[in-house]
Design a protein around this ligand. Structure first.
Ligand SMILES: CC(=O)N[C@H]1[C@@H](OP(=O)(O)OP(=O)(O)OC[C@H]2O[C@@H](n3ccc(=O)[nH]c3=O)[C@H](O)[C@@H]2O)O[C@H](CO)[C@@H](O)[C@@H]1O
Ligand SMILES: C=C(OP(=O)(O)O)C(=O)O
Length: 438
């Protein structure tokens, strides 16, 4: 199956940036990558067609759409609208396409939806960014708790329920790094179809979880959070209808930090301050960037002088999102003083460091603590990265550096950002996209 532009085309793409121009202006924020991907899985649970609006035009949504098609669902994507009509339970092909499933992180969540609909599923090991081992034991524990027998071998995982189908269950989705976002959604989708009332303890409260819960609740699933956890009463019929994907808080953070790294401010449409996690707002405020809701819609970033060094830590929502830490490190190369970012969601997430050093950044990793010394006058460089947020960290460094830099790794960028380069150009970035000769 071919997703366009192809991986080969994107791997051969080189982005040249002539840095040193302050970025300012007004641009739209896309629908959230990670919320959309979990809603694609939730849509597989429904008994009537679903239309998702504001889906981002990225590789991961295209891959997930093809995974859904492979299960027998009818899907169409037009201009940010994703329409899906799942196959009847008896006609679902309970196999996640091995190659496609190995490309995205939500494979195991999609598999949970198929298990919930058909009582069985086969899936490859999930993909997504490979910055460190990313365990799925809590997802599999939820499947087992719901009554499935789960077996795994080198090629993938198989889960199968007995003749009684899914039963109500209790599962704990906590991990040594905090509640698992993905496993909370996996458990929630299983519970939405299990017979009886289930309890998910220590649930994640990331927007991916609360938006998927809202999607299910609007479709008739009884679901609520209390001090015990997340309660879900299984439903025999889950209706369809429309739902809008919330704005991408990680893309918003990326644009704010890119602009601030060049001394500029942005006005972002399609998102409000309520969608920005408190930990992110606080970290930006300490660095000298305040965010406000604008009367005309969207949010504005306002830099109150030279950037300042900060000490901060990533963590589960509403703390600073781990998916913004690489971009933050790039921005802090321009801040006055020594900054520290403690990574608390993944034991190591430091794939951006090597590339940032190529620009002359003074950056170190000691265990899970990233140290950045600034302000450094970055020099133009050629650099590549192999995951979404590491690539955006390099783009930020190139925008702040004097002269012409080249960045590679556009497959990873397009996995999560639909129009980032075009938006940066709108803000005044000097960007040329070329392709390496074959
Ligand atoms: C597609 C998507 O939405 N991806 C996001 C999702 O990933 P994802 O859902 O994979 O992240 P999790 O919240 O599950 O993982 C967080 C931490 O828990 C550990 N863990 C997770 C599951 C498990 O069964 N056992 C276990 O130990 C992981 O190794 C990791 O250290 O949340 C991450 C944390 O906010 C984000 O960085 C990703 O962008
Ligand atoms: C790590 C990320 O995504 P994924 O989980 O899809 O790899 C991310 O969005 O930063």
């Amino acid at each position: 199956m071919t997703i366009t532009p192809t991986r080969e085309t994107l791997d051969a793409t080189i982005v040249q940036i002539i840095g040193g121009h302050p970025l300012s202006g007004r641009i739209p924020v896309q629908g959230s990558k990670n919320i959309a991907l979990h809603l694609y899985a939730a849509a597989l649970l429904t008994d009537a067609p679903v239309v998702l609006a504001a889906v981002p035009d990225i590789i991961d949504t295209a891959v997930c759409a093809q995974i859904l098609t492979h299960t027998g669902a009818t899907v169409t994507t037009t201009g940010g609208r994703f329409a899906v009509a799942p196959a009847l339970a008896t006609a679902i092909n309970p196999v996640i396409h091995p190659e496609l499933g190995h490309r995205v992180r939500t494979t195991v969540v999609l598999a949970a939806a198929m298990l919930a609909r058909t009582g069985q599923v086969m899936l490859p090991y999930p993909g997504g960014d490979a910055f460190c081992p990313r365990l799925i034991d809590r997802h599999l524990a939820a499947m087992q708790a719901a009554g499935a027998e789960v077996t795994a071998d080198a090629t993938g995982i198989r889960a199968r329920c007995g003749p009684r189908g899914l039963q109500a269950f209790t599962v704990d989705v906590n991990t040594p790094y905090g509640p698992s976002l993905g496993a909370t959604v996996t458990a929630m989708l299983l519970a939405a179809r299990a017979r009886g009332s289930s309890l998910i303890t220590h649930p994640s409260i990331e927007p991916e979880v609360t938006e998927t819960a809202r999607f299910l609740a609007e479709r008739g699933v009884a679901i609520h959070f209390d001090e015990q956890g997340l309660h879900v009463v299984g439903s025999e019929w889950i209706t369809g209808g429309g739902f809008t994907v919330a704005g991408d808080r990680i893309e918003a953070a990326t644009m704010i930090m890119a602009a601030a790294s060049t001394g500029g401010n942005v006005h972002l449409d399609g998102i409000t301050l309520a969608s920005i996690p408190e930990g992110l707002t606080a970290a930006l405020a300490t660095a000298g960037i305040s965010l406000t809701d604008d009367a005309s819609g969207g949010i504005r970033s306002i830099l109150d002088g030279p950037l300042r060094a900060i000490t901060t830590a990533t963590g589960p929502h509403p703390a600073l999102p781990t998916d913004t830490a690489p971009q933050l490190a790039a921005m802090l190369t321009q801040a006055d003083g020594s900054s520290l970012i403690a990574e608390r969601v993944y034991p190591r997430r430091d794939t951006h460091i090597k590339g940032l050093r190529a620009f002359g950044a003074e950056i170190s990793a000691t265990g899970s603590i990233i140290g950045v010394r600034g302000p450094v006058r970055l020099r133009a460089a050629s650099a590549a990265a192999e995951d979404i947020r590491a690539v955006t960290a390099l783009l930020i460094a190139a925008l702040a550096a004097e002269g012409a830099s080249t960045i590679r790794g556009m497959y990873h960028l397009r996995r999560g950002y639909g129009r980032l380069l075009a938006n940066l150009a709108t803000l005044g970035a000097d960007i040329t996209i070329t392709s390496e000769a074959p």
